[in-house]
Design a protein around this ligand. Sequence first.
Ligand code: ZN
Length: 333
Amino acid sequence: PLKSVLGKGNLDIASGSPGEYVDLVVNSFEYHRLKNWGIKTEILIKDLIREKEKYRGSYHSYDQVVQILRGHASSHPNICRLDSLGRSYQGRWIYCLKISDNPSVEDPTEPDILFDALHHAREWATIEVVLFYADTLTSGYNNDPVITNLINNNEIWLVPIVNADGYVYDYPGQNSWRKTREPYGGATGTDANRNYNGVCGPEKVDAWGFIPSGGSVTHRQSSNVFCGAYGFFADCSDVLANLIRSHNFNVHITYHSYGEQILWPWAHKSPNTPDATLYQQLANTMASLVRASMEATTTPARQYIRYRGRPMAGPTATTTIWVARNAYPIPMK
Ligand SMILES: [Zn+2]
């Protein structure tokens, strides 16, 4: 029964393991419906909003993040440049910290590396990952030879908050909000990570608005995985897409929580990319490093699993799929 429920495609899937379980974010109506359908359930967190209240102080607010970024730019002007990429629907700046030697110069010979976070408003932990990179890189420059070498020979772009409106709405609590905040069709918000456009491929599955069987994406406006009125309808998705379009990124990692998974393309169709072996190797290394560090800090965590795409059918129009679609173009028919 679980498979057929997931096949309906509009559930908010937080994590899972293929053939074993899924973690879902549900309201009480959805929870009872699952029970009525005979699905075995276990409640991990009964009140997500109350749970978040306990931990908010450990996470930085939007304003604090902006201050931190400004601090890096002013204390390390030789390797940091702070850009405002564009505005969210409600007019908040979406910031990018570029870290490189000669940061105001575009060096086409240096690889471009992008880390972004917080497409989904309630995934607060992802911001801290990118802030940690900013801190580690700036403090290690001319102190740590590996970091110095990284900065001198790459252009590293950090976007810690993509969905600024959603974050400012969610951070004070009481919301557990996922989407952006623009109104549409009587509802509010687009899933910023289901709103990336299809590119030029002739395959229908790559187009924005395609709903794969079992994919967690829908045209229903009130849903948490609403794909938007059209591709790049959400201003914040459009802003990040413009940054990606204007550079030739060699590496791109986009952070979400809390799936404890490393996902790589394709998620929504079976053929592998030409770099499948490399992705597999990188994911193996990353997963084992995360596991090692979590044992060291005794943070309780399930195993990081390696999986190509989502455990179930994948969503379309995510950042990763759109970026990969540009990286692995197929000829027009
Ligand atoms: Zn997410």
